[in-house]
Write a protein that binds this ligand. Structure first.
Ligand SMILES: [Zn+2]
Ligand SMILES: [Zn+2]
Length: 275
C-alpha cells in the first residue's frame, strides 16, 4: 500500500509515519495559532475603535478580516474532518467545543486518520488551513507544539508529581526548547516520546503497536509479542473490520486490535522477552 499524501510505501495504512508526524505537528500548533489569530482580531478592533474616537455607534465595528477569515477557514476544516471521522470511522468525539480542542482531538486520533482512505486529503486541507492562519498573523513558519512542560515542581497528591505544565513551542528543526515559565530546557525527542505515550488508550493492530513502541524507544520483537498473546499477557480488545474497530469478530480476516497501554505494561514487567 502507498501513502495517500506522499506515495511512500506503507504497511496497510493510508498514511506513512513521516506524514503522520507532520500532520500531528501541525495539529498541535493549532491552539497557539488560534490564540495568535484571536489576539490579532482584538488588537485590530481596538486600534480601529480608537481611530474613530470610540464612536462605534456610527461606524460598524471594524476587525481584522484577514485573521478572522483564517480562523473561520481553520475551524470549518477541522469540524468537517472530525465529523467525517466520527461518521465514517466510528470514532467518538470526546473533545470540548472550540477550534483548539478539535485540533487536539485529531492529533490524538492520528491512528484513526491513518486508516481513512481520505487521509491524504485531510493532510493537505489541514496544511492549507494552517498555512493560511500563519500568513494571517505574519508567521509563515509557526513554532511547533511540544506538549506541556514536564518539569516537576513539587510532590502532588499521592506522590503524583506536580508539573509545570506550561505549553511548550519550539521552532521547526530545533532539538531543544526552553520553557517560558520555569526556564528549564527540554530535549524535543523526549517530549515527542511523552506525547506518544499519551496514546496509551489507543487500539491498534499488532503491527501498528510494534511500530509505535519502536518510536517510543520501547521495541518489542514480533516473537515476544506472539508469546505474550499466547500466554494471555496481552489480550485483544476488539477487531479491525474495514478500517473500523468493532468489539466482536465479523470476518476471519479481521486483525485483532490491542491497547497500547496493555503492551507497554507487559513490557515493563518484561522478564520473558523472547528474541
Ligand atoms: Zn507519506
Ligand atoms: Zn516549565
Amino acid at each position: 500500500m502507498n501513502c495517500t499524501r506522499c506515495d511512500r510505501t506503507t504497511d496497510d495504512t493510508f498514511l506513512c509515519w513521516e506524514c503522520v508526524r507532520g500532520l500531528r505537528g501541525q495539529l498541535r500548533t493549532i491552539p497557539w495559532l488560534v490564540a495568535q489569530l484571536q489576539l490579532s482580531i482584538t488588537r485590530q478592533s481596538k486600534l480601529s475603535a480608537n481611530r474613530v474616537g470610540g464612536r462605534s455607534d456610527e461606524t460598524p465595528v471594524p476587525f481584522d478580516e484577514r485573521a478572522s477569515d483564517a480562523l473561520d477557514h481553520l475551524h470549518t476544516t477541522l469540524v468537517r474532518w472530525v465529523r467525517d471521522l466520527t461518521e465514517s470511522r466510528g470514532a467518538t468525539y470526546t473533545g470540548a467545543d472550540g477550534t483548539p480542542a478539535l485540533g487536539m482531538w485529531l492529533a490524538h486520533n492520528v491512528v484513526t486518520v491513518m486508516h481513512s482512505e481520505d487521509a491524504g486529503l485531510l493532510c493537505s486541507e489541514v496544511d492549507t488551513a494552517v498555512q493560511h492562519a500563519g500568513r494571517a498573523i505574519d508567521q509563515p513558519d509557526p513554532p511547533i507544539y511540544r506538549g506541556p512542560c514536564p518539569t516537576v515542581t513539587g510532590d502532588g497528591y499521592r506522590n503524583l508529581a506536580d508539573r509545570c505544565g506550561a505549553d511548550l513551542y519550539g521552532a521547526r528543526g530545533t532539538d531543544f526548547v526552553r520553557c517560558h515559565r520555569c526556564g528549564c530546557q527540554h530535549d524535543v525527542r523526549k517530549l515527542e516520546q511523552r506525547m506518544l505515550a499519551e496514546m496509551d488508550d489507543r487500539l491498534m493492530t499488532g503491527a501498528e503497536i510494534r511500530r509505535v513502541m519502536r518510536e517510543l524507544g520501547e521495541p518489542v520483537p514480533e516473537s515476544t509479542f506472539f508469546h505474550w498473546r499466547k500466554t494471555s499477557r496481552i489480550q485483544a480488545r476488539g477487531w479491525m473490520h474495514d478500517g473500523r474497530i468493532t468489539d466482536h469478530f465479523l470476518h476471519r480476516n479481521d486483525p485483532p486490535v490491542f491497547r497500547l497501554g496493555d503492551v507497554r505494561t507487559a513490557r515493563q514487567g518484561g522478564v520473558d522477552v523472547v528474541e
